[in-house]
Design a protein around this ligand. Structure first.
Ligand SMILES: Nc1nc2c(c(=O)[nH]1)N[C@H]1C(S)=C(S)[C@@H](COP(=O)(O)O)O[C@H]1N2
Ligand SMILES: [Mo]
Length: 482
């Protein structure tokens, strides 16, 4: 019988071995720019049931990637402590299963990384041996954990070096479109209001990868394949030569009113109608599958893209620059007006024309197969004492209703009458539109709500609805104290 104190020591030693094993795994994966923790995170994302995904997104917000990483790391350590408490033979079997599972992950079509396989096998080996001969005493455990932490630092340094080289390669690509004349809408003087164009660095990031895939632009080619008479293979430069600029808001289907998973940019892309015209779809081709380098897919109906009814683009630039790695470098598909989850894949590898038998990543998990359109939404960014006159309150924000455009924004106080606000100049119907008004409020606390009305006549829905399965709705409500 081991005493309670021994067991606690054992837990500490096992945790230290876990840190060392994971740290070594991270270094091996990092030599190729991969990460064992991220590979496990992606695999868990791939199999998590929709309610788990939805809860994670709702609770972690824009920190979802950090939450997943920390969760995987903590889970792995907890598992190690559990393994440490098992009898030798059971533990060896468990570690072997663990390692085989993680190695299989590295072999999956989605990641297919030799470095991840080597990393998983090595980490499992270190676990197997280390848990049998656990470090003794507090000092031994701390030394082992410290060595593991050093390996994490080394892995980070490797990543930083690779990131720097990748960023240099992206910079060499040169400008993509221009933001020479920064557009204005007349509301430039409102502090706290979202900028008319969201800077690339501030633009929200939403995807299933804990870290963005690295793509070498000199070797990358876009393939247009499948049911086409004339398959295409195009370089980034060839695509850029045919690209045009357009302004549009991109919105994540998880963006509840008031949240920040939406951004407005000046994009640079090739109209999909033009690419389809060159490729010549065969009779029977109904879906355009946008496939990312990691296997993720989003598909779109070909007909409306071909006719131009849905103005889709193969995007290669954002606000005058190549796409940032987080935003899908070197290319992505974007159909303004469709939620991000339906609008097209980032890190595009291929456009494949096919029939209706294709099933997308999220559709396999229960999301509707037909694209979901963004509904009108207004967000309140500012609700503060007015600067012009004492006793007034300025309320300002952004609103969107792509692709038709925002016809009006209204606010109401304490659920009273709706009143119209002033709109900034419209950049483009698919872009977001800023708005502002000044109101007088009696002393006390008041609720202020906003709603958007689209040019197609759709009024923002008052019903509070979660993102799944048709997109969120409801009003953004803020409390103002006077
Ligand atoms: N390859 C790939 N493309 C993707 C996704 C993804 O997970 N993988 N997520 C989609 C979702 S859900 C959204 S909201 C947008 C987000 O684009 P952003 O990160 O540039 O804002 O990308 C879309 N394209
Ligand atoms: Mo999204």
């Amino acid at each position: 019988m081991r005493s309670k104190r021994d067991r606690r020591r054992g837990g500490l030693g096992a945790a230290a071995v876990g840190v060392a094993a994971l740290g070594l795994g991270e270094v091996i994966a990092a030599t190729r720019g991969d990460s064992l923790i991220d590979a496990i995170g992606r695999a868990l994302t791939d199999v998590a049931p929709v309610p788990v995904v939805e809860a994670t997104v709702a609770l972690s917000g824009r920190h979802d990637k950090a939450v997943i990483r920390i969760g995987v790391g903590a889970g792995a350590l907890a598992a190690t402590v559990g393994l440490g408490a098992l009898p030798d033979r059971a533990r060896t079997a468990a570690v072997a299963v663990f390692g085989a599972g993680a190695a299989a992950l590295g072999l999956r079509q989605a990641t297919r990384s030799a470095a991840t396989v080597a990393s998983a096998v090595t980490a499992a080996g270190v676990l197997g041996v280390g848990l049998r001969k656990q470090p003794r005493g507090l000092i031994g455990s701390l030394a082992t954990a410290g060595a593991g932490a050093g390996l994490f630092v080394a892995a980070r340094a490797l990543h930083r070096d690779l990131d720097r080289r990748r960023d240099e390669a992206i910079q060499k690509v040169g400008p993509m479109g221009s933001l020479a004349a920064v557009p204005q809408d007349g509301l430039e003087d409102e502090p706290g209001l979202s900028s008319l164009i969201t800077r690339n660095r501030s633009f929200y990031v939403a995807d299933v990868n804990p870290s963005p895939p690295r793509i070498d632009p000199t070797r990358w080619r876009l393939s247009v394949t499948g049911m086409v008479a004339h398959p295409l293979r195009l370089s980034l430069a060839e695509l850029a030569a045919d690209a045009v600029e357009f302004d549009a808001v991109m919105v994540c289907v998880h963006n509840r009113p008031g949240e920040g998973r939406a951004g407005n940019a000046r994009w640079f892309g090739v109209p999909l109608a033009k690419l389809l015209e060159h490729a010549i779809p065969e009779v029977g081709a109904t879906r355009l599958v946008t496939r990312a380098v990691d296997g993720y897919t989003i598909s779109l109906p070909i007909e409306p893209l071909r006719s131009g009814a849905w103005p889709g683009y193969l995007v290669v630039g954002m606000n005058g620059e190549p796409l940032a790695p987080e935003h899908g470098f070197p290319a992505r598909v974007f159909v303004p007006g469709l939620y991000g989850q339906y609008t097209g894949a980032k890190w595009l590898a291929e456009l494949q024309l096919t029939d209706d038998t294709h099933v997308d990543y999220w559709v396999r998990r229960g999301w509707p197969s037909e694209p979901i359109w963004v509904t009108p939404q207004a967000r309140i960014d500012v609700a503060a004492p007015g600067r012009a006159a004492a006793g007034t309150t300025t309320v300002a924000g952004v609103a969107w209703a792509p692709p038709h455009g925002v016809a009006g924004v209204e606010i109401r106080v304490d659920e009273g009458e709706w009143r119209a606000v002033d709109l900034g100049t419209e950049l483009a119907p698919a872009a977001w539109r800023r708005w502002r008004t000044t109101i007088e409020l009696p002393a006390g606390a008041h609720s202020v709500q906003a709603r958007a009305i689209s040019r197609s006549g759709e009024v923002q829905d008052s019903q509070d609805r979660a993102a799944f399965p048709a997109g969120p709705s409801g009003f953004h409500t803020v409390t103002v104290r006077v």
